[in-house]
Design a protein around this ligand. Structure first.
Ligand SMILES: NC(=O)c1ccc[n+]([C@@H]2O[C@H](COP(=O)([O-])OP(=O)(O)OC[C@H]3O[C@@H](n4cnc5c(N)ncnc54)[C@H](OP(=O)(O)O)[C@@H]3O)[C@@H](O)[C@H]2O)c1
Length: 240
């Protein structure tokens, strides 16, 4: 039987490249998109390429939207083999930590952190039904406390209160889910994509979305002997 996958924030950027990459392996992929028309446009591109991709309206920051999407998928599928929690936002890169408002910080957490928790919890019964599901959390290089405090690392020069702390917390969430879900055959890993040219960074990144998608796809396809509860980049394990 065909394997199934769901990618949140799949209508553009790295998420779109992950949807395409997974579908090219022969999976049936549900593209999560918070905006129906943006989602439909993106799905149409991939279906024209002959790929088995379908739209799932899903705003990870909205509890009702997530519950509705989980009900839709439960109606369509008996199980879900891969969940990629990719949706993410960056508020702004100029406000110093001392001036970031709690309101803005909550908005970033609502997508990057709570969104990933909310979606993982909502789709858990489908993931458990797979028996060998893989969950990938889209973290970031700045999610590593080791790298942001290492003066020789490029990430030490980035000081974003909301975005950075949301990704550090997401890494801890990854470890928590990995511990609980191992007995169900579910592997949960965090990945960092590198500096990728997308709208998130006003297309200033150096890697293509396909290059940025590679580690997430690799961890989505990891075999029964593969790791769980880890943090990975293109060169392998990342420091926490
Ligand atoms: N680009 C990089 O260099 C880089 C580096 C490290 C980590 N990352 C991470 O990689 C992930 C993807 O980022 P990207 O660079 O591909 O950014 P992007 O091009 O801006 O794409 C972000 C995607 O997330 C979606 N999204 C935002 N809020 C959402 C919500 N509430 N519910 C559902 N979807 C939502 C967006 O949908 P709309 O089109 O509707 O806005 C879009 O599809 C993020 O988690 C980001 O933090 C990126």
């Amino acid at each position: 039987m065909k394997k199934t996958a769901l990618v949140t924030g799949g209508n553009k950027g790295i998420g779109f490249a992950i949807v395409r990459g997974l579908a090219r392996t022969g999976m049936s992929v549900w593209m999560g998109a918070r905006d129906r028309s943006r989602g439909e446009e993106a799905v149409a591109i991939l279906r024209q390429e002959g790929l088995d991709v379908r739209l799932l309206e899903l705003d990870v920051a909205d509890e009702a939207s997530v519950q509705n999407a989980a009900a839709v998928l439960a109606h369509e599928l008996g199980s879900l083999d891969v969940l990629i929690n990719n949706a993410g936002i960056l508020s702004d890169v100029i406000t110093p930590p001392s001036q970031v408002s709690i309101k803005d910080m909550k908005a970033v957490y609502e997508v990057n952190l709570f969104g990933s928790v909310r979606v993982t919890q909502a789709f858990l019964s489908l993931l458990k039904a797979s028996g060998e599901a893989r969950v990938v959390m889209m973290s970031s290089g700045v999610g590593s406390l080791t790298l942001i405090t290492d003066p020789t690392s490029i990430y030490s020069g980035v000081n974003l209160l909301d975005y950075t702390s949301s990704k550090v917390a997401l890494n801890a969430v990854t470890v928590s889910f990995a511990k609980e879900l191992e007995p169900f055959g579910i592997k949960v890993n965090a990945v960092e994509p590198g500096h990728v040219r997308t709208d998130l960074n006003a297309n200033t990144g150096i890697l293509t979305p396909d290059e940025g998608a590679a580690t997430a796809i690799k961890m989505a396809l990891t075999g029964p002997d593969g790791p769980t509860g880890g943090f990975f980049g293109s060169h392998g394990r990342q420091p926490w």
